[in-house]
Design a protein around this ligand. Structure first.
Ligand code: PLP
Length: 385
């Protein structure tokens, strides 16, 4: 299957028809344990659901194929995946270099949960390669990249950062949640590991929580798999199955998300109500050229800075109708959020604080004229306050 194109792999990898009944969709193995043919006589290698489940395996095969990895693990959430990766690989005294515009929960995990166990974390502007070099330490084990980043859509040159990190003996992890493998495949650019909140574009329908780690080579497979088994933050069979179903339409969905987001970004740059439009598809975006090189589309995320300031941003986030006010992203329906008090509340007042005049849009796959009309009526509504 690895010689097939992306859209084909997304539909067929790990998705063989049921050998007994011919059901074209592999069943949901909603079972906590498996009968043994004598002690240790595991059928198909299955013993107990925390250690392995056929539905989870089918998703893991699909995830590895999408990212071009040697293996993948599926978890109960994106943060559970990040936690297993970090605790599987790191030891007390190790240092993590984190991009300065990553998802607030990643920063919180490292600085509040893992710091007391001896993991040091610092942040740097990873789009500045000199800043990357300066921030590396002898004890740096991981450089954590998120590109495009959440919520300011900064772009990091994955290949360039990987070269610098590898020369310093550090591994590169890319959080590929915003782009999805339909648009960007970090392992092929030199990253060592990929993480996902599969809750977002991979699931794609706002109906399931999940996370994934994908491995570029064998080095970290054993310790992270052991961490998953020993701690148990696995994805449940139904959740794994829903994610598998979502992935089959990933390619077409993400292309429509990208088209819609670019059209809205182009509309927004001409509106005086917005001081800043953050979207890597705009030629004015500082990371545009790198994004055009390492991505095959610019994604469905977009942030807007309201020229009138924070109060206008809060009011705008509460004034749209099709863009529903909610956390999360990557579903077929459009969402709007106010990061300083929602997704990024945990980094308010830190080095990762988001400008207070920013709203974030997760642009769905509705008709784009309807979406723009909705944003226009939101602007009219706040103007008439
Ligand atoms: N990474 C990114 C970029 C995210 O946006 C999120 C959640 O919003 C996560 C990781 C964490 O994923 P989850 O909410 O599935 O734990």
């Amino acid at each position: 299957m690895s010689d097939r194109a992306f859209a084909t792999r997304a539909i067929h990898s790990g998705q063989q028809a049921d050998p007994v009944t011919g059901a074209i969709i592999p069943p949901i193995y909603q079972s906590s344990t498996h009968v043994q043919d004598g002690i240790g006589g595991f059928r198909g290698g299955y013993e107990y659901n925390r250690a392995g489940n056929p539905t989870r395996d089918s998703l893991q095969t699909q995830l590895a194929a999408l990212e071009g990895g040697v293996a993948a693990l599926s978890f109960a959430s994106g943060l559970a995946a990040e936690d297993a990766l970090l605790r599987g690989i790191l030891r007390p005294g190790d240092h993590v270099l984190l991009g300065n515009d990553v998802y607030g929960g990643t920063y919180r995990l490292l600085t509040t949960v893992l710091a007391p166990w001896g993991i040091a974390t610092t942040t740097a502007e990873l789009s500045d390669l000199d800043a990357v070099r300066a921030a590396l330490r002898p004890e740096t084990k991981i450089v954590w990249v998120e590109t495009p980043s959440n919520p300011l859509l900064k772009i990091v040159d994955i290949a360039a950062v990987a070269e610098i990190a590898h020369a310093a003996g550090a591994a590169v992890v890319v959080d590929n949640t915003f782009a999805s493998p339909a648009l960007q495949q970090p392992l092929s650019l030199g990253a060592d590991l990929v993480v996902h909140s599969t809750t977002k574009y991979l699931g794609g329908h706002s109906d399931v929580l999940g996370g994934a780690v994908v491995f570029g080579d064998d080095r970290f497979v054993e310790p992270v798999t052991f961490q998953q088994f020993a701690v148990g933050a696995v994805s449940a069979p139904l959740d794994a199955w829903l994610t598998t179903r979502g992935i089959k339409t990933l390619d077409v969905r993400v292309r429509r998300h990208s088209e819609n987001a670019l059209a809205i970004a182009e509309w927004a740059v001409d509106r005086p109500e917005f001081g800043e439009v953050y979207h890597p598809g705009l030629s004015s975006h500082p990371g545009h050229e790198i994004a055009a090189r390492q991505m095959s589309g610019f994604g469905g995320m977009l942030s807007l800075g309201l020229a009138a300031g924070p109060e206008a941003a809060r009011a705008f986030a509460e004034s749209t109708e099709l863009f529903q006010l909610a956390e999360s992203l990557g579903g077929v329906e459009s969402l709007i959020g106010y990061p300083p008090e929602m997704t990024h509340a945990s980094v308010r007042g830190t080095a990762l604080a988001v400008p207070e005049n920013v709203v974030r849009l997760s642009v769905g796959i509705e008709d784009v004229a309807d979406l723009i009309a909705d944003l226009e009526q939101g602007l009219a509504r706040i103007a008439s306050r």
